[in-house]
Design a protein around this ligand. Structure first.
Ligand code: GDP
Length: 296
Protein backbone atom coordinates (compact mmCIF):
# COMPACT_ATOMS: atom_id res chain seq x y z
CA UNK A 1 0.00 0.00 0.00
CA UNK A 2 1.31 3.44 -0.85
CA UNK A 3 1.81 5.86 2.03
CA UNK A 4 1.25 3.07 4.54
CA UNK A 5 2.53 5.19 7.43
CA UNK A 6 0.13 8.04 6.68
CA UNK A 7 -2.76 5.65 6.01
CA UNK A 8 -2.23 3.80 9.27
CA UNK A 9 -2.10 6.97 11.35
CA UNK A 10 -5.21 8.46 9.80
CA UNK A 11 -7.14 5.22 10.04
CA UNK A 12 -6.17 4.88 13.68
CA UNK A 13 -7.29 8.46 14.37
CA UNK A 14 -10.67 7.84 12.81
CA UNK A 15 -11.13 4.50 14.59
CA UNK A 16 -10.83 6.38 17.86
CA UNK A 17 -13.27 9.02 16.65
CA UNK A 18 -15.85 6.46 15.57
CA UNK A 19 -15.56 4.69 18.94
CA UNK A 20 -16.86 7.79 20.67
CA UNK A 21 -20.38 7.90 19.29
CA UNK A 22 -21.40 11.49 20.03
CA UNK A 23 -18.62 13.99 19.50
CA UNK A 24 -17.74 17.21 21.24
CA UNK A 25 -15.88 20.03 19.60
CA UNK A 26 -12.88 19.02 21.68
CA UNK A 27 -12.99 15.52 20.15
CA UNK A 28 -12.91 17.00 16.65
CA UNK A 29 -10.07 19.34 17.62
CA UNK A 30 -8.11 16.42 19.02
CA UNK A 31 -8.69 14.37 15.86
CA UNK A 32 -7.57 17.33 13.71
CA UNK A 33 -4.40 17.59 15.74
CA UNK A 34 -3.66 13.99 14.93
CA UNK A 35 -4.50 14.47 11.25
CA UNK A 36 -2.11 17.43 11.26
CA UNK A 37 0.65 15.35 12.83
CA UNK A 38 0.06 12.52 10.37
CA UNK A 39 0.25 14.85 7.35
CA UNK A 40 3.37 16.63 8.60
CA UNK A 41 4.89 13.22 9.35
CA UNK A 42 4.23 12.26 5.73
CA UNK A 43 6.25 15.31 4.64
CA UNK A 44 3.30 17.32 3.36
CA UNK A 45 4.08 21.01 2.92
CA UNK A 46 3.46 22.95 6.15
CA UNK A 47 1.24 25.64 4.64
CA UNK A 48 -0.77 23.03 2.77
CA UNK A 49 -1.44 21.19 6.04
CA UNK A 50 -2.45 24.39 7.78
CA UNK A 51 -4.97 25.33 5.09
CA UNK A 52 -6.24 21.78 4.92
CA UNK A 53 -7.03 21.58 8.63
CA UNK A 54 -8.67 25.01 8.55
CA UNK A 55 -10.94 23.96 5.66
CA UNK A 56 -11.95 20.69 7.31
CA UNK A 57 -12.79 22.49 10.56
CA UNK A 58 -14.75 25.18 8.81
CA UNK A 59 -16.83 22.64 6.91
CA UNK A 60 -17.38 20.52 10.01
CA UNK A 61 -18.67 23.54 11.92
CA UNK A 62 -20.66 24.92 8.97
CA UNK A 63 -22.46 21.63 8.42
CA UNK A 64 -23.25 21.23 12.10
CA UNK A 65 -21.61 17.83 12.10
CA UNK A 66 -21.72 17.53 15.87
CA UNK A 67 -25.50 17.62 15.99
CA UNK A 68 -25.86 14.92 13.33
CA UNK A 69 -26.56 11.24 14.00
CA UNK A 70 -23.23 10.01 12.61
CA UNK A 71 -20.74 12.75 13.44
CA UNK A 72 -17.55 10.68 13.12
CA UNK A 73 -18.61 9.39 9.70
CA UNK A 74 -19.27 12.94 8.56
CA UNK A 75 -15.90 14.21 9.72
CA UNK A 76 -14.22 11.35 7.88
CA UNK A 77 -16.19 12.15 4.74
CA UNK A 78 -15.09 15.78 4.89
CA UNK A 79 -11.46 14.73 5.32
CA UNK A 80 -11.79 12.34 2.38
CA UNK A 81 -13.30 15.05 0.15
CA UNK A 82 -10.67 17.57 1.15
CA UNK A 83 -7.83 15.07 0.61
CA UNK A 84 -9.12 14.35 -2.89
CA UNK A 85 -9.53 18.10 -3.49
CA UNK A 86 -5.97 18.70 -2.37
CA UNK A 87 -4.76 16.36 -5.09
CA UNK A 88 -6.96 17.95 -7.77
CA UNK A 89 -10.38 16.41 -7.14
CA UNK A 90 -10.83 14.25 -10.20
CA UNK A 91 -8.48 12.79 -12.78
CA UNK A 92 -6.70 15.29 -15.05
CA UNK A 93 -6.13 14.06 -18.57
CA UNK A 94 -3.47 14.92 -21.12
CA UNK A 95 -4.17 17.83 -23.46
CA UNK A 96 -4.61 16.47 -26.94
CA UNK A 97 -4.31 18.49 -30.14
CA UNK A 98 -7.55 19.19 -31.97
CA UNK A 99 -5.48 18.74 -35.12
CA UNK A 100 -2.80 16.01 -34.77
CA UNK A 101 -0.01 15.52 -34.05
CA UNK A 102 -0.20 16.11 -30.32
CA UNK A 103 3.18 17.19 -28.94
CA UNK A 104 4.12 16.16 -25.42
CA UNK A 105 7.35 17.54 -23.99
CA UNK A 106 8.91 15.69 -21.05
CA UNK A 107 11.04 17.76 -18.66
CA UNK A 108 12.71 17.06 -15.35
CA UNK A 109 15.92 16.59 -13.45
CA UNK A 110 18.41 13.85 -14.19
CA UNK A 111 17.46 10.55 -12.58
CA UNK A 112 13.81 11.47 -11.96
CA UNK A 113 12.70 8.84 -14.47
CA UNK A 114 12.07 11.06 -17.49
CA UNK A 115 13.34 8.75 -20.23
CA UNK A 116 11.66 5.67 -18.75
CA UNK A 117 8.42 7.61 -18.29
CA UNK A 118 8.51 8.84 -21.89
CA UNK A 119 8.56 5.22 -23.06
CA UNK A 120 5.92 4.13 -20.53
CA UNK A 121 3.65 6.98 -21.64
CA UNK A 122 4.06 6.03 -25.31
CA UNK A 123 3.01 2.52 -24.32
CA UNK A 124 -0.09 3.76 -22.45
CA UNK A 125 -1.14 6.00 -25.32
CA UNK A 126 -0.61 3.33 -27.94
CA UNK A 127 -2.97 1.09 -25.99
CA UNK A 128 -5.51 3.89 -26.35
CA UNK A 129 -5.17 3.72 -30.12
CA UNK A 130 -2.61 6.49 -30.70
CA UNK A 131 0.45 6.18 -32.94
CA UNK A 132 3.27 7.62 -30.83
CA UNK A 133 6.75 8.67 -31.88
CA UNK A 134 9.45 8.94 -29.22
CA UNK A 135 11.96 11.73 -29.75
CA UNK A 136 15.51 11.53 -28.36
CA UNK A 137 16.22 15.12 -27.39
CA UNK A 138 18.71 14.57 -24.57
CA UNK A 139 21.88 15.23 -26.54
CA UNK A 140 24.17 15.82 -23.57
CA UNK A 141 24.01 12.24 -22.43
CA UNK A 142 24.62 9.95 -25.42
CA UNK A 143 23.54 7.05 -23.20
CA UNK A 144 20.10 8.67 -22.97
CA UNK A 145 19.61 8.45 -26.73
CA UNK A 146 20.62 4.81 -26.68
CA UNK A 147 18.39 4.18 -23.65
CA UNK A 148 15.36 5.58 -25.46
CA UNK A 149 16.17 3.57 -28.58
CA UNK A 150 16.38 0.37 -26.56
CA UNK A 151 13.08 1.13 -24.81
CA UNK A 152 11.46 1.93 -28.18
CA UNK A 153 12.69 -1.39 -29.56
CA UNK A 154 11.31 -3.29 -26.59
CA UNK A 155 7.92 -1.68 -27.14
CA UNK A 156 8.12 -1.68 -30.92
CA UNK A 157 7.52 2.07 -30.97
CA UNK A 158 9.63 4.19 -33.36
CA UNK A 159 12.27 6.54 -31.95
CA UNK A 160 13.37 9.67 -33.77
CA UNK A 161 17.04 10.46 -33.13
CA UNK A 162 19.65 12.61 -34.84
CA UNK A 163 22.56 11.69 -32.60
CA UNK A 164 24.22 14.10 -30.21
CA UNK A 165 25.64 16.50 -32.80
CA UNK A 166 22.45 18.53 -33.32
CA UNK A 167 20.77 21.06 -31.12
CA UNK A 168 17.69 19.86 -29.22
CA UNK A 169 15.67 22.66 -30.83
CA UNK A 170 16.55 21.42 -34.34
CA UNK A 171 15.79 17.84 -33.32
CA UNK A 172 12.42 18.83 -31.92
CA UNK A 173 11.53 20.79 -35.05
CA UNK A 174 12.62 17.97 -37.37
CA UNK A 175 10.76 15.39 -35.30
CA UNK A 176 7.44 17.13 -35.86
CA UNK A 177 7.94 17.02 -39.63
CA UNK A 178 9.00 13.41 -39.37
CA UNK A 179 5.87 12.54 -37.39
CA UNK A 180 3.63 14.21 -39.95
CA UNK A 181 5.49 12.52 -42.82
CA UNK A 182 5.18 9.06 -41.27
CA UNK A 183 1.60 9.29 -40.03
CA UNK A 184 2.35 9.52 -36.33
CA UNK A 185 -0.31 11.39 -34.35
CA UNK A 186 1.59 11.95 -31.10
CA UNK A 187 5.15 12.93 -30.24
CA UNK A 188 6.79 12.44 -26.88
CA UNK A 189 9.94 14.53 -26.73
CA UNK A 190 12.55 13.51 -24.16
CA UNK A 191 14.70 16.47 -23.10
CA UNK A 192 17.96 16.83 -21.22
CA UNK A 193 17.97 16.85 -17.45
CA UNK A 194 20.58 18.13 -15.03
CA UNK A 195 21.41 17.20 -11.48
CA UNK A 196 19.90 20.49 -10.46
CA UNK A 197 17.99 23.30 -12.08
CA UNK A 198 20.24 25.68 -13.99
CA UNK A 199 19.76 28.63 -16.28
CA UNK A 200 21.13 26.96 -19.38
CA UNK A 201 18.75 24.04 -19.07
CA UNK A 202 15.73 26.30 -18.57
CA UNK A 203 16.70 28.51 -21.52
CA UNK A 204 16.98 25.47 -23.75
CA UNK A 205 13.62 24.08 -22.65
CA UNK A 206 12.05 27.47 -23.30
CA UNK A 207 13.57 27.48 -26.78
CA UNK A 208 12.09 24.04 -27.53
CA UNK A 209 8.73 25.22 -26.22
CA UNK A 210 8.82 28.33 -28.44
CA UNK A 211 9.73 26.24 -31.46
CA UNK A 212 7.24 23.36 -31.33
CA UNK A 213 4.47 24.76 -29.07
CA UNK A 214 3.80 21.56 -27.14
CA UNK A 215 0.20 20.80 -26.20
CA UNK A 216 1.41 19.28 -22.99
CA UNK A 217 4.52 19.97 -20.93
CA UNK A 218 4.88 17.19 -18.39
CA UNK A 219 7.30 17.43 -15.52
CA UNK A 220 8.69 14.16 -14.19
CA UNK A 221 9.62 14.24 -10.51
CA UNK A 222 10.79 11.58 -8.08
CA UNK A 223 8.29 11.04 -5.25
CA UNK A 224 11.08 9.82 -2.99
CA UNK A 225 12.52 13.33 -2.85
CA UNK A 226 9.46 14.67 -1.02
CA UNK A 227 9.39 18.45 -0.64
CA UNK A 228 12.33 18.80 -3.03
CA UNK A 229 10.05 17.44 -5.75
CA UNK A 230 7.47 20.10 -4.89
CA UNK A 231 10.09 22.87 -5.07
CA UNK A 232 11.35 21.55 -8.39
CA UNK A 233 7.77 21.57 -9.71
CA UNK A 234 7.27 25.15 -8.59
CA UNK A 235 10.44 26.35 -10.31
CA UNK A 236 9.73 24.52 -13.57
CA UNK A 237 6.17 25.79 -13.55
CA UNK A 238 7.26 29.40 -13.11
CA UNK A 239 9.62 29.18 -16.07
CA UNK A 240 7.80 26.91 -18.47
CA UNK A 241 4.15 26.79 -17.44
CA UNK A 242 3.58 23.10 -16.81
CA UNK A 243 0.43 21.25 -17.84
CA UNK A 244 0.96 18.33 -15.55
CA UNK A 245 3.26 16.35 -13.33
CA UNK A 246 4.26 12.71 -13.37
CA UNK A 247 5.27 11.44 -9.96
CA UNK A 248 7.63 8.47 -10.25
CA UNK A 249 8.81 5.81 -7.83
CA UNK A 250 5.56 5.74 -5.90
CA UNK A 251 6.26 2.02 -5.50
CA UNK A 252 9.22 2.89 -3.29
CA UNK A 253 9.30 3.80 0.34
CA UNK A 254 7.83 7.26 -0.10
CA UNK A 255 5.92 9.00 2.66
CA UNK A 256 3.57 10.65 0.20
CA UNK A 257 4.21 14.33 0.89
CA UNK A 258 4.87 15.20 -2.74
CA UNK A 259 1.65 13.58 -3.97
CA UNK A 260 -0.34 15.54 -1.44
CA UNK A 261 1.42 18.89 -1.92
CA UNK A 262 2.23 19.30 -5.64
CA UNK A 263 -1.21 20.44 -6.79
CA UNK A 264 -1.85 22.72 -3.84
CA UNK A 265 1.56 24.43 -4.10
CA UNK A 266 1.91 24.72 -7.88
CA UNK A 267 -1.63 24.49 -9.22
CA UNK A 268 -0.46 21.74 -11.61
CA UNK A 269 -2.24 18.42 -11.38
CA UNK A 270 -0.50 15.08 -11.14
CA UNK A 271 -1.58 13.25 -14.27
CA UNK A 272 0.30 9.96 -13.97
CA UNK A 273 2.23 8.03 -11.36
CA UNK A 274 5.14 5.66 -11.92
CA UNK A 275 4.80 2.51 -9.86
CA UNK A 276 7.78 0.39 -10.93
CA UNK A 277 10.67 0.01 -13.33
CA UNK A 278 8.77 -2.10 -15.86
CA UNK A 279 7.37 -0.47 -18.97
CA UNK A 280 3.76 -1.08 -17.98
CA UNK A 281 4.23 0.50 -14.53
CA UNK A 282 2.60 3.86 -15.27
CA UNK A 283 -0.93 4.63 -14.09
CA UNK A 284 -3.30 7.56 -14.49
CA UNK A 285 -3.58 9.42 -11.21
CA UNK A 286 -7.02 9.46 -9.59
CA UNK A 287 -7.10 11.85 -6.61
CA UNK A 288 -10.42 10.49 -5.34
CA UNK A 289 -9.24 6.89 -5.43
CA UNK A 290 -5.99 7.83 -3.76
CA UNK A 291 -7.92 9.55 -0.95
CA UNK A 292 -10.02 6.40 -0.53
CA UNK A 293 -6.91 4.24 -0.37
CA UNK A 294 -5.31 6.44 2.25
CA UNK A 295 -8.39 6.42 4.47
CA UNK A 296 -9.08 2.70 3.96
P1 GDP B 1 16.06 10.27 -16.33
O1 GDP B 1 17.48 10.61 -16.04
O2 GDP B 1 15.13 11.24 -15.67
O3 GDP B 1 15.76 10.09 -17.77
O4 GDP B 1 15.78 8.89 -15.57
P2 GDP B 1 15.63 7.40 -16.10
O5 GDP B 1 14.41 7.27 -16.95
O6 GDP B 1 16.93 6.95 -16.67
O7 GDP B 1 15.31 6.65 -14.73
C1 GDP B 1 16.21 6.62 -13.64
C2 GDP B 1 15.99 5.33 -12.86
O8 GDP B 1 14.73 5.37 -12.20
C3 GDP B 1 15.97 4.07 -13.73
O9 GDP B 1 16.67 3.05 -13.06
C4 GDP B 1 14.48 3.74 -13.84
O10 GDP B 1 14.26 2.36 -14.04
C5 GDP B 1 13.99 4.18 -12.48
N1 GDP B 1 12.55 4.50 -12.46
C6 GDP B 1 11.86 5.35 -13.25
N2 GDP B 1 10.55 5.39 -12.90
C7 GDP B 1 10.41 4.53 -11.85
C8 GDP B 1 9.29 4.14 -11.04
O11 GDP B 1 8.15 4.59 -11.18
N3 GDP B 1 9.56 3.24 -10.04
C9 GDP B 1 10.81 2.71 -9.84
N4 GDP B 1 10.98 1.85 -8.85
N5 GDP B 1 11.86 3.08 -10.58
C10 GDP B 1 11.67 3.96 -11.59
Amino acid sequence: MVFSGLAERLQETFRKLKGKGRLTEADVDEAMKEVRRALLGADVNFQVVKNFIARVKERAVGQDVLGSLTPAQQVIKIVRDELAGLMGGTQSKLNLASKPPTIVMMVGLHGAGKTTTAAKLANVLRKQGRRPLLVAGDVYRPAAIKQLQVLGQQLDIPVFAMGDGQSPVDIARASVEHAIGTGRDLLIIDTAGRLQIDEEMMAELEAIKRTVHPHEILLVVDAMTGQVAVNVAETFNQRLGLDGVVLTKLDGDTRGGAALSVKAVTGCPIKFVGVGEKLDALEPFHPDRMADRILG
